[in-house]
Write a protein that binds this ligand. Sequence first.
Ligand SMILES: Cc1cc2nc3c(=O)[nH]c(=O)nc-3n(C[C@H](O)[C@H](O)[C@H](O)COP(=O)(O)O)c2cc1C
Length: 219
Amino acid sequence: MTKPQQVFYADGDTIANMEQRYRAAFINSLSGFKSANLIGTSSSDGVNNLAIVNSVFHVGANPPLLGMIIRPHTVRRDTLENLEATGQYTINHINQDILRQAHQTSARYEAEVSEFDAVGLTPEYGKRCNAPYVAQAIIKIGLQKKQVTELEINGTVLVIGQITEVMLPDNIIAGDGYVDIEKAGTVAISSLDSYHNTQRIERLTYAKPDLPVSAIGVE
Ligand SMILES: Cc1cc2nc3c(=O)[nH]c(=O)nc-3n(C[C@H](O)[C@H](O)[C@H](O)COP(=O)(O)O)c2cc1C
């Protein structure tokens, strides 16, 4: 007889009593695969800043809004302070070629140090957004800050921005507007240190109660 698989069980008290780093890795793993982005900002003194963020999410398509969660503002947070001061920031998809440099931006550099220089990435500028883009990124999104709200539950900060411009290669947009981020080499993140290539299973048709879904062809 095969040995039954052991189940790892943790309740709220077990989680509260976990060693801090273990708990962070454990809980950060549970929200699944997340997006991998670099947030570009500039200070009011003109110092460029770059920070890796895995919390970007969709808020709405019309107006086009994206959200992200920034850690509590109990210490200096350059991204948050810059986007509050200038009202502008960029979201740049991370691809395999810039993975290590992107990860390195999470180090706590001094405010006067540009992470672009520190990690070897190149700032680039668009037409509508004053914040710097990452030249090496394939998908680049410029945003105007719309709402910054400190969450009562744990002091983290919800930032919502409206998209002012988007730059990406035209061969990765399908006829129906779908952006093939896999074709662009965008990677995914699990926990705070694990990077993944993706492989599409299938795209499916809009679900209706009386119709089975079917696959949409992808060029
Ligand atoms: C994979 C990964 C994902 C991260 N995601 C976030 C995030 O969503 N929000 C956040 O505030 N910090 C996040 N961080 C931490 C920031 O990158 C880090 O605090 C950075 O130093 C912030 O830089 P800044 O002070 O220049 O804004 C993440 C770090 C890593 C390694």
